[in-house]
Design a protein around this ligand. Structure first.
Ligand SMILES: CC(C)(COP(=O)(O)OP(=O)(O)OC[C@H]1O[C@@H](n2cnc3c(N)ncnc32)[C@H](O)[C@@H]1OP(=O)(O)O)[C@@H](O)C(=O)NCCC(=O)NCCS
Length: 137
């Protein structure tokens, strides 16, 4: 577990790995509020997405879930950041960037890719756009 200290007097944000403390309901609440569009109305599918992930990193403030990153990785060549979401009331405090950094460190040595239209946030997190990517949507 590691900690982010936003200001001197506020409680730290704790970073944890794994599914402990998570439930389809808590994930759904966070994704709806962030918002991050995923199949949150189907708890079984949502939980399967998490059980099958290679790496789940969560951020907590005073026991409350405030951030999630979900990754698929082969551990050698490629990693895919599937989800990144932060609660609206703590957005803009640097937590998303810190979470990206944590994921980058955990997936070090692999090429980390993601799909997103948030170019400013991803540029600020050190990512570069690629031209040679193709998808079946
Ligand atoms: C995108 C998101 C994860 C960013 O988390 P955050 O904790 O608010 O971001 P940070 O405070 O670490 O911001 C890091 C930088 O990105 C910028 N940024 C943050 N959110 C942004 C957004 N929505 N659009 C553009 N830039 C953004 C910040 O201004 C900051 O720039 P700076 O370093 O120049 O100050 C969060 O806003 C979120 O959950 N959004 C909804 C879900 C989503 O779109 N997820 C990403 C797609 S997978």
């Amino acid at each position: 577990m590691s900690a982010i200290q936003p200001t001197e007097n506020s409680p730290p944000f704790e970073i944890k790995e794994g599914l402990d403390g998570l439930s389809p309901q808590s994930i759904r609440m966070l994704y709806r509020r962030a918002p991050l569009h995923r199949p949150v109305s189907d708890p079984h599918s949502l939980w399967t997405m998490f059980e099958n992930a290679s790496l789940v990193v969560t951020v907590w403030k005073s026991g409350r879930l405030v951030g999630i990153a979900r990754v698929l990785t082969d551990g050698v060549l490629y990693s895919y950041l599937c989800d990144l979401a932060i609660e609206p009331d703590v957005q803009g405090l640097g937590i998303g960037k810190r979470l990206m950094k944590y994921v980058q460190q955990r997936c070090a040595g692999t090429e980390l890719v993601l799909r997103s239209s948030l170019s400013r946030f991803h540029k600020r997190s050190g990512l570069k756009p690629v031209n040679d990517a193709w998808a079946i949507t």
